[in-house]
Design a protein around this ligand. Structure first.
Ligand code: LLP
Length: 413
């Protein structure tokens, strides 16, 4: 995403140095072109029924951009639903997922007449039926199935094994059918699944598609007319060179093999794949030290800015901006947070660095800013959207003084 012109780093037609002049580091910067290209490619290959999983990056500007590209939204909370509506998504293009939707969540989603509420437990189906009944409504629903497939991804982002908390076990179709048939106010028209994130093995997709087709056929045979099959997200992004090659054309091939003779409307709900590669973090080196032979670069971004390495052991490539130095050294790159896990990467070979230099953490457009926090009472990172030689700050964090003011001192102190 970063290109060089006369030794100066650029995102699209905008110099990184111009961004640093208007925004304190650390900040996230996104390339609009990369997002648009990725969405269009996905639509072209997998069809128009793409529901952007907004949990991966829910900045209002990003949502507006996604909406302008004529895709839908996949939301998992009232907050996300409000964000999607505010960004202009047609309610009929919003699906609501989530393993723990409260009564208020369900009432709000029902009230907004969104496309589909995907239920994740038998208890939730019963609750939704009684809420719809109280409101004299017939509500279209989907059921998220847990197909018991190991996506062979990081354990913390696996969701499709039968012991995972998500969805309803696929072996329980008879129970679902019996229950749904007894519900007066629900119309089961869809099934969905999501076996995890960062899924690269085509076998996992193939098994999932086959299981879902079988399940849909079984519902149909029971008299329940399934219109939509939502095959989830989870498409793999190449974070390191050694990561397996992945392209969604392979998925398309398996999709055609499995569903060629059917009339189900197929959809996907990717998050990471649409936006991860469009984002970088720009961070400054605060200090340099050698502890026990380890060369540390301490930067101003920390696990509060990007939690993926500390939380999942995830890898993000880090680039130096200064390409001038002839000498290169091996560094461990760490944040300023008082936690040993606040390390982005160990043994990274970079041109020799100085305090104040900028580094770029790559592929951070997804699950970056949305998972940032005020830990250690640090402000959240800003976000910038770059569009050719134009850019806009699309998120400015509240000042730490404002964060402090949000705390309330009780009368007895
Ligand atoms: N659909 C459902 C029901 C999901 O739970 C998720 C992600 C997606 C779609 C989108 O998955 P994607 O295409 O983005 O892989 N914070 C973790 C990822 C957690 C994903 C949670 N669910 C990370 O930073 O890797």
């Amino acid at each position: 995403m970063l290109t060089y012109k006369n030794n100066n780093p650029y995102i699209e037609g905008t110099s990184l140095y111009d961004l640093v002049k208007v925004c304190e580091t650390p900040f996230y910067a996104y390339s609009q072109k990369k997002i648009v290209d990725q969405v269009n490619k996905t639509k072209q290959i997998l069809g128009k029924n793409i529901f952007y999983s907004i949990k991966s990056n829910s900045n209002q500007a990003i949502l507006k951009l996604m909406n302008s590209l004529d895709i839908g939204a996949d939301v998992v909370s009232i907050g996300e639903l409000k964000r999607a509506l505010e960004a202009g998504f047609d309610p009929n293009k919003i699906i609501f997922e989530g393993v723990g939707k409260s009564k208020q969540d369900l009432l709000y989603a029902m009230h907004k007449n969104i496309r589909l509420i995907n239920t994740e437990s038998l208890e939730e189906i019963k609750l939704l039926d009684s809420l719809a009944n109280d409101k004299n409504k017939i509500v279209d629903i989907g059921v998220r199935l847990n197909p018991d497939i190991d996506g062979e991804t990081l354990s913390k982002i696996s969701t499709g094994k039968k012991t995972d908390k998500f969805g309803i076990e696929i072996n329980n179709l008879d129970k679902i059918i019996e229950l749904v048939k007894s519900c007066k106010s629900l119309n089961l028209i869809g099934i969905s699944c999501h076996i995890g994130s960062q899924i690269s093995k085509i076998e996992a997709y193939k098994n999932t598609f086959n299981q879902m087709k079988k399940a849909a056929d079984k519902f149909m045979q029971s008299g329940i007319k399934i219109k939509h099959i939502d095959l989830g997200g989870g498409f793999h992004v190449k974070y390191k060179d050694s990561d397996p090659e992945f392209n969604i054309e392979m998925i398309k091939e398996e999709l055609d093999n499995c569903f060629a003779q059917t009339n189900y409307e197929l959809s996907f709900e990717p998050g990471r794949y649409l936006i991860a590669e469009a984002g970088v973090i720009v961070t400054s080196i605060i200090t340099i030290k050698n502890n026990g032979g380890v060369n540390y670069l301490i930067v101003d971004a920390g696990m509060n800015t990007l939690i993926r390495p500390a939380m999942y052991g995830a890898h993000h490539e880090i680039l130096a901006i200064n390409l001038k130095s002839e000498e290169s050294l091996e560094y461990s790159i760490a944040g300023p947070i008082c936690e040993s896990s606040d390390i982005f990467s160990k043994n990274v070979k970079l041109a020799k660095q100085e305090i104040g230099n900028l580094l770029v953490i790559k592929n951070t457009g997804a699950y970056g800013k949305v998972m940032s926090s005020n830990y250690n009472s640090r402000p959240l990172p800003s976000e910038i959207l770059v569009n050719k030689d134009n850019y806009a700050i699309i998120y400015s964090p509240e000042k730490i003084e404002e964060t402090i003011e949000a705390d309330v001192i009780p009368s007895w102190l």
